[in-house]
Design a protein around this ligand. Structure first.
Ligand SMILES: Cc1cc2nc3c(=O)[nH]c(=O)nc-3n(C[C@H](O)[C@H](O)[C@H](O)COP(=O)(O)OP(=O)(O)OC[C@H]3O[C@@H](n4cnc5c(N)ncnc54)[C@H](O)[C@@H]3O)c2cc1C
Length: 288
């Protein structure tokens, strides 16, 4: 009901670009005009049948065509459960393989988002497999969640293969045995991993709105003479737009992650959970 009603659409508009391909292309053009690149995410996860998975993949192919035709500075982010991982693993890898091949043909890129811990190993295996396929090199990348205890080893394995990484803190509720629970611990490992990424010589994404993490990255890049062109910051559409602008103006690469589509509800709820003040913000705007 939330996803289909007018009130729902108004609620989500702060964090979601809209419902259609045209909506996300318009939002992308506006972000590009501010000198920032984009990653488009067709929202959806845990599809329950093959047709839905194929439909979501089709939409990504359409996005690649439009990115090329309109000469937008954008790539895409997708979730494997949106490509049917829960339905049929072979189907999901087939669909994703076609998508990565399309990206490689047009010199673009597919970022495979990281979901909850039941999917971590399979997602990383998929990314390694896709990266190793002929012609795909550089067209697919992974996400590492700093809160996962396993992440340092995963980072080393990905870097050894030259795979691009987006580093984020992690957005899912995970048990103590798998993930650090204290924010101070997550921040500490985030900084440690950030340093490994920046020193690796591979183009990675530092995805955070946390000013402490950003400052640590800027300080490290400056101290180590790491070029601002050799990595990028990434932030979510509608979150800390002031900081996005500030970093771009200072010459740091900035990619804005723009979600769109009908299935915005789980994404939206994760954003509210991260910062309950967002609920007030959204409600205030709703009644304006
Ligand atoms: C580009 C991008 C891609 C991501 N991809 C994934 C993924 O694939 N898998 C995954 O698990 N997670 C992903 N995340 C989410 C990430 O794991 C965190 O949940 C999220 O970024 C919040 O963490 P933070 O680093 O901003 O720091 P936090 O410590 O959570 O926040 C620091 C400060 O940032 C601001 N802030 C943070 N979140 C919000 C918000 N929602 N609204 C307003 N202000 C906010 C607040 O000022 C807050 O005090 C992604 C995040 C980004 C930016």
């Amino acid at each position: 009901m939330a996803e289909k009603t007018t009130i729902g659409k108004r609620l989500s508009s702060r964090f979601v670009a809209g419902l259609t391909v045209e909506d996300v292309l318009t939002a992308t053009k506006a972000v590009n005009e501010r000198g920032q690149s984009v990653s488009m995410d067709n929202l959806g996860e845990n599809v329950t049948n093959a047709d839905e998975a194929k439909e979501s993949a089709q939409l990504y192919h359409q996005l690649f065509d439009q990115i090329a035709e309109r000469k937008l500075n954008a790539n895409v982010s997708m979730k494997l459960t949106h490509m049917g991982l829960d339905v049929d693993e072979k189907l999901a890898i087939g669909i994703t393989r076609d998508l990565v091949a399309h990206a490689a043909r047009i010199n673009n890129f597919v970022r495979v988002d990281m979901e909850g811990s039941p999917y971590t190993q399979r997602t990383l295996d998929f990314v390694h497999e896709l990266h190793s396929m002929n012609g795909n090199r550089g067209a697919v990348g992974a996400v590492i969640q700093a809160y996962m205890r396993r992440s340092e080893k995963d980072v080393q394995d990905l870097i050894a293969k030259g795979i691009r990484i987006r580093l984020c803190k992690g957005a899912y509720k995970e048990p103590e045995e798998l993930a650090f629970q204290k924010m101070s611990e997550v921040n500490e490992i985030y900084v440690k991993l950030m340093k490994i990424l920046l020193k690796s010589g591979i183009y990675h994404g530092i995805a955070t709105h946390d000013e402490k993490m950003i400052q640590a990255t800027v300080d490290f890049a400056k101290a180590e003479n790491i070029s601002p062109k050799s990595f990028e910051f990434q932030m979510l559409y509608g979150v800390r737009r002031d900081l996005q602008q500030k970093l771009s103006k200072e010459g740091w690469g900035m990619r804005v992650y723009i979600p769109f589509g009908h299935e915005w509800y789980p994404y939206f709820m994760r954003r509210l959970a991260e910062r309950p003040a967002n609920a007030l913000f959204v409600l205030r705007n709703l009644f304006r």
